[in-house]
Design a protein around this ligand. Structure first.
Ligand code: PEP
Ligand code: MN
Length: 248
């Protein structure tokens, strides 16, 4: 796969990043890659190391998962987007990853942000930085600065819903922070990606919210998809079928 052309990639709006919450098997990631690439989607995402709330739940299949995803991405001409939780995983898998995801729970892990910033300073590999679900917009922008100050300006900001009092009785997993798209567009030139999947937590509403995000000026979308959402290991409730993405 060629290197990501940073200067032109966001001209093809919207940039769509999609794939399963977790890589489950070689067959699963190959099948979804085939379906997504047939739709013209170039950014394949899948979690190999999952930041789960409970340590007793499925944690991802780890290194083997990244290998399966890299092979599938190469087979179908796609880029690999995946999260690393620490500097050991970063070192071990650096060459297999095209876009490094920093998850919501790690947005304020300043040591990790600096380490990733330093590591990517030479090749300026894109970083997908997800908003902490209890973080303000300025905290998100300052987290991005931690990376940028180490020498890599290619930070993609990802809004993914925030936790508010609405979660007491809302049908949504988080409160979709759609208006923050407008605010980020006022405050920064960094690309803004919206993740409707984690924001609402229910596949029934993902496409509607994705359209709203684009209407508000998002540069791209991160959408969880699965070939068999009902049997997904993680986040099945919010995964759409690849074909649903063509409704956006
Ligand atoms: C994910 O992208 O699967 C994920 C764990 O997201 P977040 O860090 O936004 O919760
Ligand atoms: Mn997920």
């Amino acid at each position: 796969m060629n290197k990501i052309d940073i200067d032109t990639i966001f001209k093809e709006r919207p940039l769509i990043i999609s794939g399963p919450c977790s890589i489950e098997s070689k067959e699963q990631i190959y099948e979804i890659s085939a379906q997504l690439s047939a739709l013209g989607i170039k950014f394949l995402r899948g979690g190999a190391f999952k930041p789960r709330t409970s340590p007793s739940t499925f944690q991802g299949i780890g290194s083997e998962g990244i290998r399966f995803m890299r092979e599938a991405a190469d087979r179908y001409g796609m880029f690999v987007v995946t999260e690393v939780l620490d500097s050991v995983q970063l070192e071990e898998h650096y060459n297999e990853i095209d876009v490094i995801q920093i998850g919501s729970r790690n947005m304020a892990s300043y040591g990790l942000l600096k380490t990733i910033g330093k590591k990517t300073a030479a090749d300026k590999k894109p970083i997908l930085l997800k908003r902490g679900f209890s973080s303000t917009i300025n905290e998100l922008l300052l987290a991005a600065e931690y990376i940028i100050n180490e020498g890599n300006p290619n930070v993609w900001l990802c809004l993914r819903g925030i936790r508010t009092f609405e979660q007491i009785d809302s049908i949504f997993r988080f409160t979709p922070d759609l208006a923050s798209i407008i605010e980020l567009k006022q405050k920064t030139d960094l690309p803004v990606i919206f993740d409707p999947s984690h924001a609402v937590g229910d596949s029934k509403f993902v496409i509607q919210i994705a359209k709203a995000a684009l209407a508000l000026g998002a540069d791209g979308l991160l959408i969880e998809s699965h070939i068999d959402p009902e049997n997904a290991f993680t986040d099945g409730n919010q995964c759409v079928l690849p074909e649903d993405i063509s409704l956006i």
